[in-house]
Design a protein around this ligand. Sequence first.
Ligand code: GMT
Length: 378
Amino acid sequence: MRIGITCYPTYGGSGIVATELGLELALRGHQVHFISYANPIRLDPETPGIFYHEVEVSTYPLFQYPPYSLALASRMAEVAERHSLDLLHVHYAIPHSISALLAQQMTTSRRLPFITTLHGTDITLVGADRSYFPITKFSIERSDGVTTISEYMRRRTVDFFGVENPIEVIPNFVNCSLYRPDPEAQSKGPKRILHISNFRPVKRVLDCIHAFAKVRRHVDAELIMAGDGPDRGPAEGLAHQLGVASHVRFLGKQDHMERLIPRMHALHLPSEMEAFGLAALEAMACGVPPVATLTGGVPDLITHEKDGFMEPVADIDAQAARLTSLLTDPAFHASISAAARKTAETRFCTDLIIPRYEAYYQQVCGAEGTFSRSAVSI
Ligand code: GMT
């Protein structure tokens, strides 16, 4: 098939999922066209089957806010016509879904179906905002297909927006060959706790520092903070205030998480809300047990006390206790680590999940009557 994918190209779970999906689809013989304002991180545009089309947003003195959504719609329609796309698949509802709807209307040669994948904050924060609620609801209702990444997200979308169109749950996935344990790297140096996020308030990064200060009372550990965002400064300040700054490393944005994660001994994900928790899945695939919060779609991924832990949001003591036991009891660590890897392999590997997207594309295109067998390149 010929698929147009649009996502936020910078750091963030939805862009990562969209990029990995595109790469996997290309490997399976599909033609994938990324349409965005920047080349998505993790995307090598030289990959066979992958094409990248930049959206240029011209400014004009009248435009206090340059209309990216309109420039995106124009580019989507142009790419769809020029490359005979079978469908558009947009990640994160606002504004991508509305741009896709416009592109569909601008495509006159045939009907161009579009699928929207809801990732989390597009529903729980942006979509819940008064100014975006109506357009988010409209974008879901007008999509030819809607997927989301956890059963929690499906329920929440239906309950909150009252939409009646079916929403397909296709969970996040991980490449289990790329993300894999590295016991030798783990055996070197001190015990290491990892946090990965975009350091937004919803991630509660300060809880990582508070919990780490408690862990250090029992074990000579390091905290590795990967990513960047508004709460990085406050987290650095808190590390100094609590006297642990020399044991905390802020790495900033990282491109190769598959190289970093296997060296760690635990992942701390204390988020207020997680629609799924892709970082936890990537850690589990590397045999790194996650200590997360009992929130949103996390229970779709983690089985508490078997392949990871879920403690209440803001319960620093409980989270620190779990991290401490993982770092101080090697046998316990080994059993959770093995179970975490097994969960990733048996439930969330690319080989299991990508065919579900392919089947859904066929279903949506079939329903539209636009999808022709001759367009299939596999
Ligand atoms: O919060 C992030 O990490 C970014 C955000 C996004 O929309 O880019 O991530 C959401 O999508 C990820 C991929 O599907 C999910 O794994 C995250 O749980 C979800 N984040 C939240 O719900 C806060």
